[in-house]
Design a protein around this ligand. Structure first.
Ligand SMILES: Cc1cc2nc3c(=O)[nH]c(=O)nc-3n(C[C@H](O)[C@H](O)[C@H](O)COP(=O)(O)O)c2cc1C
Length: 381
């Protein structure tokens, strides 16, 4: 790429990342379709024999111990306004012992002067589990733009001393985005080539449309370290890109964004499906409370990811982040006690009731049963 082309691409990426952060902070980007948590019920244990103080939220993820099963999902970087947000999120990750993801680092690969907008995360979270991020679309050639090289991918890891690299899948977003990268062929092979070459585990992460069971199993066979199912029911990138298409008077993007805003597999369904892949699962997409998190953990997630609510809190500062995370963890801890669990992993053994649309999805796709049939002598256990 010529220096001039690189500068133009850098400016485009910088503007896009700024727009993503600004537009995602508005209310118009939440799907109408729920993620499924409302259809899932945990069963109250009136005699839990567990003290609240004895509940531990500590969780192992990819060989590291988190103080709670919460990942601050990858969001931002690549523009000036991202630095303060990433710094606030990183400080929160460090204070609470959480994992933290970054937004796509492509902008810094194209324009290295943007590296500090990402590196600030490691500065403020020296001991946190930090997850780098690049798009799967950038692993293959796109209309004259070559795929990212191994050296560039290594740079994404070095830039932030990453503990893992997330490859995000976002075919829906790219299709709606006015300037989107529409080629998708060859991505699985590119992921397979990458796995094992970076010195850190690769997490494959959807961004709002979910991962079906067959796809989760294919990704496991490629050797990836973990999956973030990134399901439907939270922030919609079809809606974010529709807003961007409006700003650009791009009629095609406006119409596609409107028509496909509710496309995807709800997060709860995607989790139920991905259980068979045998990989650690992160459940992101419409996780809004510690109760949602408990349901996701009961469905097989190792941890949950939260993006937009933490962006909004970060824009309000450290105290707002502490308040949001504090409430979230207190609810999760209490639900563990109310279900007789001392650890989050024990939720996987607890009974579940699934109704509504989520039940229909799980039945029709053959993702059940979620629990062994209860023995006749032990109703509800
Ligand atoms: C402002 C913003 C920017 C995002 N940018 C990225 C990104 O660069 N890479 C990525 O993998 N996911 C990105 N995401 C997606 C989130 O990681 C997450 O999957 C999605 O927002 C759903 O979670 P939520 O419902 O809690 O917001 C972004 C989300 C937001 C809100």
């Amino acid at each position: 790429m010529s220096a001039a082309a690189g500068t133009t691409q850098g400016a485009t990426l910088r503007a896009r990342k700024e727009e993503h952060q600004r537009l995602a902070a508005t209310d118009a980007v939440q799907t109408r379709t729920p993620p499924g948590w409302g259809d899932i019920h945990l069963v109250h244990e009136a005699l839990p024999e567990v003290d609240l103080d004895a509940v531990s939220l500590e969780t192992e993820l990819l060989g590291r111990t988190l103080r709670a099963p919460l990942v601050i999902a990858g969001m931002t970087g690549g523009h000036d306004g991202a630095t303060a947000v990433n710094a606030a999120l990183a400080r929160a990750a460090e204070r609470h012992g959480l994992a933290i993801g970054l937004g796509s680092q492509r902008a810094a690969l194209v324009d290295p002067t943007l590296e500090p907008t990402y590196a600030v995360v490691r500065e403020h979270a020296p001991s946190a589990f930090v997850i780098g991020n690049v798009g799967a679309a950038q692993l293959v050639e796109q209309g004259g733009k070559g795929p990212l090289t191994l050296a560039q991918l290594r740079r994404t890891v070095e830039m932030i001393d990453a503990d893992a690299l997330a490859i995000h899948l976002n075919v829906l977003e790219e299709s709606v985005q006015p300037e989107g990268d529409r080629r998708a062929r060859g991505v699985a092979d590119a992921i397979a080539e990458l796995v094992g070459t970076l010195g850190v585990p690769v997490i494959v992460k959807e961004t709002g449309a979910g991962i079906a069971r067959t796809t989760a199993e294919r990704l496991a066979a490629l050797g990836v370290g973990a999956l973030d199912v990134g399901g439907l029911g939270g922030t919609s990138f079809a809606l974010v890109e529709r807003l961007r298409a409006q700003l650009q008077h791009d009629q095609r993007g406006i119409e596609l964004g409107e028509d496909l805003a509710e496309w995807g597999i709800p997060t709860a369904v995607s989790l139920a499906g991905a259980r068979t892949a045998g990989l650690p699962l992160i459940a992101t997409g419409g996780i809004r409370s510690g109760l949602d998190a408990a349901k996701a953990l009961a469905l097989g997630a190792t941890a949950v990811g939260v993006a937009r609510p933490l962006l909004l809190a970060a824009l309000d500062g450290d105290a707002a982040l502490d308040a949001w995370i504090g409430r979230f963890l207190e609810t999760l801890r209490t639900v563990l006690q109310l279900t007789g669990c001392t650890t989050a992993a024990q939720l996987r053994e607890r009974p579940l009731v699934v109704g509504g649309e989520t039940r229909a999805w799980i039945d029709d796709l053959g993702y059940g049963p979620l629990r062994p049939a209860p023995a006749a002598s032990e109703p509800g256990r």
